[in-house]
Write a protein that binds this ligand. Structure first.
Ligand code: NAP
Ligand code: GLV
Length: 309
């Protein structure tokens, strides 16, 4: 069995070594243009050339959860596109979102600013029940986040394409349930895949529905920059309709130095690091799936091209 590793912007060697250890007997190499045919490829943002040169490819394994950079490519007809399921990211995503939520709810940013001025300040506690959290996308990451937030006794709403029952989470389903979900949520957390159906979903209209249309909604975008209509955000913050936003992902990454988001007082920017792929966990997962495919068994995380995720 032959496996190619093609990771744009990342060093392939640790993945090549790890896959060789996990799959003894497999011929694992870093991909180079014109390389001999392989059975499977382990990739991050591969060039179209790899797919054009490997029409026999059976498994294309992404080392991330989001596959939007891959669904844009032309895949050989027999190639299964497989995404990472968790790969160590779910717990990190739960940490990140709970941190952003609690920092906002408890006004720790205000205390930090006061402390820098040497001010011993006191702020009236806010009512947890007024800060319902809405999680968009209840997949591997969204479900973990919703459960973690519920542990802090916030009301939690969840929205997904198909219905999903999660303890402590009020479920809303599909387009019909969307406006009611937004209206019932004050802090909106985006964990949707970026697809034709979800691009631009964080726009002026939808963000204005948060918190029953009252001012004071808050946005945490940890999925993809393409979900946010970027030009809509600053006016919503400046008018007070939104109280703030924590953004980990952007339409253009790295976020250009002159971008308004860097310096806006109500926006917290992090550099697409809310949840990072854990290499060893992910190598074990991918190796397990390759072994299963070789035995002719079904595997999880296969992308449905009609849905786009
Ligand atoms: P997943 O398991 O595929 O879950 C996707 C969820 O979104 C599912 O609940 C799905 O509904 C729902 N969904 C998809 N399209 C929808 C639509 N049109 N309307 C309503 N719900 C819809 O994905 P995941 O592993 O949780 O990852 C989610 C995303 O997080 C990734 O695609 C990636 O973009 C992002 N991500 C970001 C980082 C980072 O560092 N910032 C790291 C990892 C991942 P069903 O349950 O009905 O299928
Ligand atoms: C990271 O953004 C991922 O999709 O895994």
């Amino acid at each position: 069995m032959r496996i190619a590793v093609c990771l744009s912007e990342l060093k392939p060697e640790p993945w090549v070594d790890g896959l060789r250890r996990a799959l003894p007997g497999a011929d694992v190499r870093a991909w180079t243009p014109g390389a001999p045919p392989v059975d499977h490829a382990v990739v991050w943002m591969p060039p179209q050339q790899l797919l054009d040169e490997q029409p026999q490819l059976r498994g294309l394994f992404n080392i991330g959860a989001g596959v939007d950079a891959l669904t844009r490519l032309r895949l050989p007809p027999r190639t299964q596109l497989v995404r990472l399921e968790d790969g160590g990211m779910a717990v990190q995503m739960a940490e990140y979102v709970c941190h952003a939520l609690i920092r906002h709810f408890r006004e720790f940013d205000v205390y930090e600013a006061d402390a820098r001025e040497g001010r011993w300040s006191y702020r009236k506690p806010r009512e947890r029940g007024d800060f319902a959290v809405g999680v968009m996308g209840l997949g591997v990451l969204g479900e973990r986040v919703a459960r973690a937030v519920a542990q802090f006794d916030f009301p939690v709403n969840g929205w997904s394409r198909s219905g999903k029952a999660i303890d402590g989470v009020r479920g809303f389903v599909g387009d019909d349930g969307f406006d009611a979900f937004l209206g019932a949520s004050r802090v909106l957390v985006n964990l949707l895949p970026l697809t034709e159906a979800t691009r631009g979903i964080l726009n002026r209209r939808n963000l204005s529905l948060l918190h029953g249309g009252q001012p004071g909604g808050y946005l945490v975008n940890v999925a993809r920059g393409g979900h946010l209509a970027e030009a809509d955000l600053v006016p919503l913050l400046d008018s007070g309709q939104l109280a703030g936003a924590t953004l980990d992902v952007f339409e253009v990454e790295p976020l250009p130095p002159a971008h308004a988001f860097w310096r806006h007082p109500k926006i917290t920017v992090t550099p697409h690091g809310s949840a990072r792929t854990e290499r060893e966990t992910s190598i074990a997962q991918i190796a397990g799936k390759i072994r299963a495919l070789e035995r002719g068994e079904p595997i999880g995380g296969v992308v449905d091209h009609n849905r786009g995720y």
